[in-house]
Design a protein around this ligand. Structure first.
Ligand SMILES: NC(=O)c1ccc[n+]([C@@H]2O[C@H](COP(=O)([O-])OP(=O)(O)OC[C@H]3O[C@@H](n4cnc5c(N)ncnc54)[C@H](O)[C@@H]3O)[C@@H](O)[C@H]2O)c1
Length: 262
């Protein structure tokens, strides 16, 4: 591994498992110093110990928790180079069975959480960018934020909101001269604990067959004929965090094996 993020301070939410943990490992391997956050305190503390990172328990839907996170970053480092808004939840339910509470829960974590995080950490990101290379915000959306999928209207809508929030902040912060780039990543099917749960719902609703290996069935639906790995997303995140993407803002980086290119 190289040192593409040497000395950079990066904050990753939802880092206890899945894509967030993969991004944390890849950024650590490229020399970043990390603060890892998750609702799952034991999980994120265990990963942080392996990577020599700091860990905090953090609910991304809570303004108070974001204020505490900002205080920790400020005291420890004085600025922040990279913010990865990765934490999210899936909900597989037809719209007719989605209560307003269900809808609000998905929005509060997947969309409000990204907004609060960007707003709260913006001064620390601006401080980093002012000192040299631009700071970088990476918001994890989904291909479900680009096209519709059945029985997950709340999730799809939250992820479409993340896409547009990303473009709005990219333009607004460039307009104000803040040295912060803002981009979104749109993963396709990536094998993580979240996707394993979602697959159970897809089998139940008949989107993939109940007999046989569901992963073979999902791979067959993908133009590149495989299920994604967390490393596929982590490579994109390292690029967006590094100076290699210095002229990139407002981008939607689709990493999906060709799923939405059809
Ligand atoms: N796996 C996929 O196929 C896929 C595809 C597209 C987009 N995504 C997106 O990627 C991101 C990561 O997904 P994943 O598959 O790794 O999921 P995952 O469920 O495996 O991991 C998500 C992590 O977020 C944490 N989390 C959940 N709610 C939280 C909250 N309120 N505050 C803080 N942490 C919280 C969980 O504890 C968990 O550690 C999500 O935003 C998801 O929507 C995933």
């Amino acid at each position: 591994m190289g040192q593409r993020l040497a000395g950079r301070i990066a904050f990753v939410t939802g880092a206890a498992q899945g894509i967030g943990a993969g991004i944390a490992r890849a950024m650590a391997a490229e020399g970043a110093r990390l603060i890892l956050s998750d609702l799952n305190e034991a999980g994120v503390t265990a990963l942080a110990a392996k990577l020599g990172a700091r860990a905090i328990r953090h609910d991304v839907a809570s303004e108070r928790d974001w204020a505490d996170a900002a205080e920790l970053v400020e005291e420890a480092f004085g600025h922040l180079d990279v913010l990865v808004n990765n934490a999210g939840i899936e909900m597989v339910k037809p719209a007719s069975e989605t209560s307003l509470d269900d809808w609000r829960r998905v929005m509060s974590i997947n969309l409000d959480g990204v907004f609060i995080g960007c707003r709260t950490l913006q001064p620390l990101l601006a401080a980093a960018g002012a000192a040299g290379a631009s700071a970088s915000v990476i918001n994890i959306s989904s291909i479900a934020g680009l096209v519709g999928y059945p029985n997950q209207a709340a999730y799809n809508t939250s992820k479409a909101g993340v896409r547009h929030l990303t473009k709005s902040l990219a333009i607004e912060w460039a307009h104000h001269g803040y040295p912060i780039r803002v981009n979104s990543i749109h993963p396709g099917c990536i094998r993580t604990p979240m996707l394993e749960l979602a697959v159970e719902g897809w089998i139940a609703e008949g989107s993939i067959p109940a007999d046989g290996d569901p992963w073979t069935a999902i791979a067959a639906l993908c133009p590149m004929r495989r299920v994604g790995r967390v490393e596929d997303i982590a490579h994109g995140a390292v690029y967006l965090a590094s100076d290699e993407s210095a002229f990139v803002t407002g981008l939607e980086l689709v990493i999906d094996g060709g799923w939405v290119a059809r």
